[in-house]
Write a protein of this length. Sequence first.
Length: 195
Amino acid sequence: MRPQTVGKSLVVCWGVLIAIAFWLFAYQDLRIFADDEVLARFPEEVARAGISISPLPKNATGRLVNFWNPDCRCSRFSQAHIEDIMQAYAGQGIEFVVAVPKKSLVNQALVTFPEASSAVVVEQLEGLSTPSAAVFDARSTLVYFGPYSDGAFCASGDSTPVELILNDVVAPGEVAPWLNLSAFGCYCDWPAPRS
């Protein structure tokens, strides 16, 4: 075998291995947001968790609960989008709460999301994914649950699911509920409580 052929073969093999390693690292968390079993039981669980936080202030038009786990690699893709949402809707009467999987993350959540009025520990969300959002209207009715966006990276803009539903919540009138569990993107399981 000629040295040029061996060299080219090694470069091609190296390139293929780098591509596989990149794919495994960057895209291993790409999946469907939630399975059918979660779909069947979830809305009631989220509604109970969200409503138990506290009653909405009188001037609030709704509440967004940000399910955030900094240990999820996908959270880094949604961080800027979530901050943009909080800044855009804080002046429109939306209250922001950050839900974290363990008590040690409460202070970190409040520092990371300064627009949030509080952070709460929510442990019992087995089978659910993060990053995600639950949106409640002014009557504390769950009107949205699902990811902020779909795809490998969290896109932002007025046409993402969370922004579409928030636009409806801040506008006068009824809001059609949306359970967005079939999105495909970068998501991690919500951690199970440690026993």
